[in-house]
Structures are given as structure tokens and as C-alpha cells.
Design a binder for this molecule. Structure first.
Ligand SMILES: Nc1ncnc2c1ncn2[C@@H]1O[C@H](COP(=O)(O)OP(=O)(O)O)[C@@H](O)[C@H]1O
Ligand SMILES: [Mg+2]
Length: 320
């Protein structure tokens, strides 16, 4: 189970001492205890998450439309004709699978951020595959979501290769507790997902500044494609990121969750998606174990505060 950690830590007991949260603890002590199963559909379905976020005053990329049935696939050209750029993703996808980012198009051709040219029939095929569940959890029939492409803030241009980076926050009982930014690489094809080969940069939860960086669970200092120094990152609008993350708790009532946030050049930080079973690699990117951090919240962080109050509490917290 700890294969991905074994490069750094010699034994399970050392892992335990380092406060690393393992898969079993995450699943049973935290996910099973704090996440009610009936609330999962709220976050497992990206269309529902978007609608819910709107209710809570959280910005998300605008929905262009959804495609549910094969006979609707041919309508996609009509749907996107007034949108310069757009993204297709499965409503029940995860790990970046099936996410297709189109940064420009004309009647015949569609271009990805890396300059790959796709034809009408390629998009048609991608949508058709999406509906058949090729990219989805459990492989069941799915809905294709078409949304606007985030107009990513140029502040990160040198840090991300042909794709937008995101910030992953781990939210525990309404408190953001751990953060990383994930940077697209040539290997990850414009998506900021670690399993696709993106870089993970652990961020200090109070400041949004770099702690350390990893790629495929190995420590690195510079971006593999842009060669930017990863130790210098400081995410702007950090407090706004934290507030969006904290609000995800009121939105879902899930006690343990991951929130993906992106920084739009015009609209500021927006919520991309939520995850009820966030991965544990964030610990590697931070060089900090989650177990201690979660215990600290249980012990010292007040319950029943508003999202803004929780973020203020966190920012002013200087206990151990
Ligand atoms: N609207 C968008 N605009 C630009 N890039 C996007 C957009 N949606 C997703 N992406 C890219 O694809 C990645 C995966 O998308 P996400 O919605 O988080 O789905 P998944 O559940 O597969 O992780 C994001 O981290 C981001 O890099
Ligand atoms: Mg994601």
C-alpha cells in the first residue's frame, strides 16, 4: 500500500511516526466517519456540484450545456459556436480522465492548448466515448459536461506547461488543512492531475507559498518543461482560495474533502470540483503527514464558526 512512499520512508512504523495518513485510516477513520454516503452524489457529479456552488455564492466555470444522449452529440457544434474556448469532461470523471480542453476552434478544426488539431469527427468521437462511460467512475453511462475554459491568470505562465494549474485544498471539518498546487507538464497533456504526470507543489496552508515539489512522487526543484524555480511560488488571492475551500463544507456537509480551485484572470479564484475521497499524495508534496494535522483540528479548532471565521482562525493560529 505504501509503495509510493517507500522511496522516502523505511518502514510503516516510521511512516506512522511521521504522521503520514495511510489509505486504511483515511477510508475508515475519516471518510467513513465524516462523509455520509448519501451526500456523495453532490460531489461525484460535476453538474450537481456546479449548481450547488452557485447557491452558495461560489464562482465556477460557466456551464455551456450538457449532452446526455447519443442523438444529441451532433448538436455540440451549435452549442459551442459562440464560445471561443471550451472544455468537455465526463460528469462522473476523476483524475483528469476524459478532460478535453479546446482553446480555439473554427467550423472545422479544434485546437488543444498544446496546439494539437482535432477534427469535428474527433470531438464527436470523444463525446460519444464520454457518454458510453469510457472515462467515468465505474464505467457506467455518463453525461458530457461542456463548460467555459478558465482564462487562467498569467501569473503562473512560467510554472505550468500548456495547461492551467489548480490548487488542491484538503478540507477537514470545514477547515482547510493542507494545500498543493498542481502544474501541468508535457506529460500531463494540459491537465493538472498528478496521475497524468503533473507536478505537485506543497503550499504552506497559511501563506500559499511553496514548501516543496514532487513529480511522480520524486522530489524536484524546477518544472521539467519550463525550468522555472518551483521554490518561489506564492499563490495570489490566497485567503479567497481558503474561503472557497471552507465554504465547500457548508455546501456538502462532508467532513473530509478535497476542493480543486483555479485562478481566473478576470473572475479570481473559482471552484472547479470537489472530491469526497481526495488522494493522499498531498502529504508527499507537503512533506507533512495529515494525521497530526487532522488531530490538531479535532483538539484545538472551534466548531460552529462561519467559513470566514474559520479561515480567520486558521490564519491567526500559531499553536503547534
Ligand atoms: N474549465 C476548465 N478550463 C481549463 N482547464 C480545465 C477546466 N476544467 C478542467 N481543466 C483542467 O483539467 C483538470 C481536471 O479537471 P477536473 O474538473 O478537476 O476533473 P477531474 O475530476 O478529472 O480531476 C483540471 O485540474 C484542469 O487542469
Ligand atoms: Mg480534479
Amino acid at each position: 500500500m505504501f509503495k509510493w512512499l517507500s522511496k522516502y520512508f523505511a518502514s510503516p512504523s516510521e511512516l506512522y511516526k511521521a504522521g503520514i495518513l495511510g489509505m486504511n485510516s483515511r477510508n475508515f477513520k475519516f471518510i467513513a466517519k465524516y462523509n455520509k454516503r448519501r451526500r456523495y452524489p453532490l460531489v461525484d457529479d460535476k453538474v450537481q456540484t456546479k449548481a450547488l456552488a452557485q447557491k452558495f455564492g461560489i464562482t465556477t466555470p460557466r456551464l455551456i450545456g450538457t449532452i446526455e444522449y447519443q442523438h444529441e452529440v451532433a448538436h455540440f457544434q451549435e452549442m459551442v459556436k459562440d464560445w471561443k474556448s471550451f472544455v468537455i469532461k465526463p460528469a462522473h470523471g476523476s483524475g483528469g480522465k476524459g478532460v478535453l480542453v479546446i482553446s480555439s476552434h473554427n467550423d472545422e478544426h479544434y485546437f488543444t492548448p498544446s496546439g494539437r488539431m482535432l477534427a469535428y469527427k474527433d470531438i464527436y468521437q470523444h463525446l460519444s466515448n464520454t457518454l458510453s462511460g469510457l472515462y467515468s467512475l465505474g464505467g457506467q453511462y455518463d453525461t458530457a459536461v461542456l463548460e467555459e475554459m478558465v482564462n487562467f491568470s498569467h501569473i503562473f505562465d512560467e510554472y505550468s506547461y500548456q495547461g492551467i494549474p489548480d490548487v488542491r485544498l484538503i478540507i477537514y471539518r470545514g477547515y482547510p488543512v493542507m494545500a498543493m498546487t498542481r502544474l501541468a507538464t508535457a506529460a500531463s497533456g494540459g491537465r493538472a492531475n498528478l496521475h497524468q504526470g503533473a507536478v505537485g507543489v506543497g503550499l504552506d496552508i497559511k501563506t500559499g507559498k511553496t514548501l516543496k515539489a514532487v513529480m511522480r512522487n520524486m522530489p524536484i526543484t524546477h518544472h521539467p518543461d519550463t525550468h522555472a524555480d518551483l521554490s518561489k511560488i506564492e499563490v495570489p488571492f490566497w485567503k479567497e482560495h481558503l474561503i472557497i475551500g471552507a465554504k465547500a463544507y457548508e455546501m456538502t456537509r462532508l467532513g473530509y474533502l478535497g476542493a480543486d480551485i483555479v485562478l481566473d484572470a478576470d473572475k479570481g479564484p473559482m471552484m472547479l470540483e470537489l472530491n469526497a475521497r481526495p488522494g493522499l499524495a498531498v502529504q508527499i508534496a507537503n512533506g507533512i503527514g495529515l494525521r497530526k494535522v487532522l488531530k490538531r483540528v479535532d483538539k484545538y479548532f472551534p466548531k460552529r464558526l462561519s467559513p470566514e471565521e474559520r479561515v480567520d482562525f486558521l490564519l491567526n493560529y500559531d499553536g503547534k
